[in-house]
Design a protein around this ligand. Structure first.
Ligand code: FEO
Length: 391
């Protein structure tokens, strides 16, 4: 059993085999973190995904008789954290389910049952003995019901999905694992799950700054305990929520007969020669979740597609639909591609990119069938534009 602080245990489930979380690629697996606080009124913070039930229950049983649990706090209704509460309640007949007002509505919709609910709002206190737990509602970070639980006695913030990462590990602390990987997974998590809700994240950060904690225990992945890591993840969230970017370029493209790829390669070479950080991502082999993580960091995104049936390729349309939902801001785009006999599809392509929140650097570059070298050289103009924006 793993104890974070005296009387505070991790009782979660490690999902080693998870490779896809509702469409988001998770090559490192994940965990569903469930925390048990042993006090006069034992309290469980969050449960796990349905197939982790037995492991969650076994970990609880190692620590106490589940019948002694008085509260099950559901910080967030999504089924990766609440999917086992109904089963758990059979072992915890004395437990009340603590959640936000929206949480109660959503849990009733999911489970169609009338559990004993205790509905809490920001600032409410739950007296569990030595500890007085309090709550911070976090609407839209990333569901309407989301909230954080705070234990001032333990100085632990339990913010559910916020500050988490999809990362399976037998270690529990971020500093016990190669940190580069953890930061990458934390960024990918933000880009794919939290990115649309920047203004709400900024409000949560402001409220959290008033709390005294030395440990952030999210519901996925590793726990942040080192001062420098806590400061860094808070400051990264502020940066990501503010849509701050780096002076770098992501080139993302698909290709049919390599003409659009020739253009992508030419752009890459020009940017690389100009010492502008650039990443080349082919939609045929790159995961959408990885592409949007790169885009989160990039001030400039170059999108390339050939035309098929008067449209952009479906892979590009799928990416743009995904980005539109993520509500990116403060980024420049450039469009390019190859066509055979009609350019009409590029208009829709450009419109989709503008709708996804990008400002076009200039009109796109579209070349007929297989580009000549002098046509490819025209792409140099856009590199000068990028340089001008970087200053
Ligand atoms: Fe990890 Fe929004 O559930």
């Amino acid at each position: 059993m793993f104890q974070l602080k005296e009387g505070v245990y991790w009782a979660g489930y490690i999902d080693w085999n998870l490779r896809n979380f509702h469409g988001y690629s998770t090559p490192s697996g994940s965990t569903y973190n469930s925390y048990l606080i042993v006090d006069e009124k034992p309290t469980l913070i969050d449960a796990v995904k349905h197939y982790g039930f037995e492991e969650n229950l076994a970990r609880i049983k190692e620590i106490i008789d589940p019948a002694k649990i008085r509260y099950i706090i559901s910080n967030h209704t999504e089924m990766d954290h609440s999917g086992t509460i109904d089963k758990l309640l059979k072992y915890c007949p004395n437990a009340e389910v603590v959640c936000s007002p929206k949480g109660a509505e959503e849990l009733k919709k999911h489970f169609k049952s009338n559990w004993k609910f205790k509905v809490v709002n920001t600032g409410d206190v739950l007296d569990i003995g030595k500890r007085k737990l309090s709550f911070l509602l976090m609407p839209m970070v990333h569901w309407p019901d989301s909230m954080a639980t705070y234990s001032s006695e333990d100085k632990i913030l339990f913010p559910n999905d916020a500050f988490g990462q999809h990362y399976a590990s037998s270690e529990r602390y971020a500093d016990q694992v190669g940190l580069d990987t953890v930061w990458l997974e934390a960024a990918k998590y933000y880009a794919n799950i939290v990115l649309p809700y920047g203004s709400q994240v900024l409000k949560v950060l402001e409220a959290a700054a008033k709390l005294d904690f030395d440990c952030i225990a999210p519901s996925h992945g590793l726990i942040w305990r080192r001062k420098q890591d806590i400061e860094k993840i808070l400051s990264l969230y502020k940066r990501w929520a503010s849509h701050e970017t780096d002076n770098r370029v992501t080139i993302v493209y698909d290709t049919m007969w390599k003409s659009t790829e020739m253009m992508a390669n030419k752009l890459f070479q020009g940017l690389d020669m100009a010492n502008i950080p650039v990443k080349l991502m082919n939609l045929q082999v790159s995961q959408l979740a990885d592409i949007v993580t790169e885009i989160m960091y990039s001030k400039f995104v170059f999108f390339g597609t050939p035309i098929l049936n008067n449209r952009m390729l479906p892979t590009m349309a799928s990416l743009l639909m995904y980005i539109k939902g993520l509500k990116t801001k403060n980024r420049y785009a450039f469009t390019f591609g190859s066509y055979g006999w009609a350019t009409v599809g590029f208009k829709e392509f450009e419109e989709s990119i503008k709708e996804a929140g990008f400002e076009l650097l200039r009109e796109g570059c579209y070349l007929n069938f297989v580009p000549e070298e002098e046509e490819l050289n025209k792409l140099q103009d856009v590199i000068a534009l990028v340089k001008g924006k970087i200053g």
